[in-house]
Design a protein. Structure first.
Lengths: 411, 107
């Protein structure tokens, strides 16, 4: 064991983190993690996950301030479970996620300037047109798959054009595979990751070509990044990297949130009725509450830059600490009726998008995507009901549905 | 407990009691002030807590940071010289009586 862990074990027991032998990456746990999350919360403010040699926090009262305290909890060790500074790390650091200020401030400001709320607002019409077209088409079928037919189709037709990616027959499948790989790679180097890695190797040439300027359509987010390079506002090497970040951060996460919203609405007809009453005010909260409950990105890693005390427990410096975001989002000490879907509650404080300086830079895009889709649905569909059991897609870090059979009743 | 007056776009004024150290955005959300969204919860990521600060108060506030200024360029309604993102304004007794006007829309 490391010196740091050795020191930690010399400490008086009441200041040491309890050790847990759980495996958060076990398939059954990924299928249904809530028992493990409760066990982590109940064990203490900080626990030590023996199998992986990392610390973890599950309580909202600790997770949220930790996300805000970038000075103590650095992102330079990687946002996943691995310490990316160590030799043998199998992936390069993200140019925006896995850096601290001042470097982070520069990169984020440059990306934020390009991904401005004005630009995002300009996509509203395109998102609305596609949402309405798709819902009308699906109403011909009555029984649809909320994931494949609705959420993923909608995201596949709206998100890539916003980026400026040329269409191609393999685009949709490749983009979702890249997303799966990105999030499996944030977990341990287990069999699951290795399997996704093998699949992704075949599409890497397509992936690399996609980031290049000549393959990005004019006016899209990608092209605008390159324009920022021309204007001297962005380092040239960053443009393809930020195109990649945009893609990896924004496709499966948003799709997962929308699928989850459909699932919760199908199980709660009274909630769906409320959405129908006032989609203009309720479509965004309807998505936000689904984000809280599903928490597409389940965990985020930080590295302690010094010894730090968290509610009386000491974490040694140079330790990887996993923020259990999904656990914080259902912590009964913070949320009233935490497991209940309620679009009228205040979701302020949810950490599905993170918090602090690294909080999701694409959140306004996600919300606009959700608003347009749920509004189109609310206007055209009288009722959404479950038509069979949903099936989950199992990934080391990304939580999402794979199949959600739904019956749509026309208004 | 310092007070904030929110003047909505339709000129209706609402007075809210804030806790010491609470941001104006938090106070607004706690009082269910329509017209402040604060979607990112104060992370300077959404520009939906835009307010126009009454001239009497403008120079009593902490200055606009670089990042706040960039986000102010992205608000739904036009940026004016007295524009602020109210998640960046922390209440204290020195700001008791702060008055802000809300824009037509945050989105």
């Amino acid at each position: 064991m490391s010196d740091a862990t050795q020191d930690a074990l010399q400490r008086p027991p009441e200041r040491r983190s309890p050790e847990l032998d759980v495996d958060p990456y076990d398939e059954a746990v990924l299928e249904s993690p809530y028992e493990i999350h409760a066990a982590i919360r109940n064990a203490g403010p900080v626990v030590y996950l023996k199998r992986y040699g990392v610390y973890a926090m599950g309580r909202h009262r600790n997770v949220q301030p930790t996300l805000r305290d970038w000075q103590t909890f650095s992102s330079t060790g990687g946002s996943g479970i691995a310490d990316i500074r160590k030799p043998g790390n199998w992936r390069p650091a993200s140019a925006i996620v896995e850096v601290d200020p001042p470097r982070h401030t520069y990169v984020r400001s440059a990306m934020q300037k390009v991904m401005s709320p004005q630009l995002i607002r300009s996509w509203r019409e395109m998102f609305t047109v596609e949402a309405e077209r798709l819902v009308d088409e699906l109403l011909q079928k009555e029984v649809v798959d909320g994931v494949h037919d609705l959420a993923e189709t909608y995201i596949s037709t709206t998100f890539p054009p916003a980026l400026g990616l040329r269409d191609s027959p393999e685009r949709r499948e490749n983009l979702f595979l890249l997303g799966s790989w990105n999030f499996d790679a944030q977990g341990p180097r287990n069999a699951r990751f290795e399997a996704t890695q093998k699949q992704v190797e075949e599409i890497m040439p397509w992936h690399d070509a996609m980031m290049q300027r000549e393959n990005l359509l004019p006016g899209g987010f990608g092209d605008r990044l390159y324009q920022a390079v021309d204007a001297g506002d962005l380092e040239p090497e960053l443009a393809p990297l930020l195109v990649r970040s945009f893609l990896r951060g924004g496709l499966d996460t948003t799709s997962s949130s929308i699928s989850a919203a459909l699932w919760y609405l199908s199980m709660n007809p009274a909630q769906y009725a409320m959405l129908r009453e006032d989609p203009a005010s309720r479509s965004r909260p309807a998505l936000e509450e689904a984000m809280r409950l599903e928490t597409p990105i389940q965990t985020a890693g930080r590295l302690t830059v010094r010894d730090v005390e968290v509610d009386g427990t000491l974490i040694p410096r140079d330790s990887k600490v996993m923020m259990m975001l999904a656990s914080a989002n259902r912590d009964p000490d913070f949320w009233d009726r935490p497991d209940e879907y309620d679009m009228t509650r205040s979701t302020l404080g949810h950490v599905a998008l993170g918090n602090g300086i690294h909080m999701c830079i694409g959140q306004m895009i996600a919300r606009l995507e959700g608003e347009c889709l749920l509004t189109a649905l609310a206007q055209r569909v009288a009722l959404i009901s479950p038509e069979g059991r949903p099936v989950r897609r199992i990934n080391n870090v990304l939580r999402s549905l794979k199949s959600l059979p739904l019956r749509l009743k026309a208004a | 407990m310092p007070k904030i007056t929110f003047i909505a776009a339709d000129a209706v004024a609402t007075e809210v009691q804030a806790a010491q150290g609470d941001s104006v955005m938090h106070a607004a959300l706690g009082a269910h002030i329509k017209g402040i969204l604060g979607e990112c919860g104060g992370s300077l990521a959404c520009a939906t807590c835009h307010v126009y600060v009454d001239d009497a108060w403008a120079d009593k506030l902490a200055p606009v940071s670089g990042l706040e200024s960039e986000m102010l360029d992205a608000t739904a309604c036009g940026r004016q010289s007295n524009s602020r993102l109210c998640c960046q304004i922390d209440m204290s007794d020195a700001l008791d009586g702060l008055t802000v006007t809300l824009p037509q829309s945050q989105l």
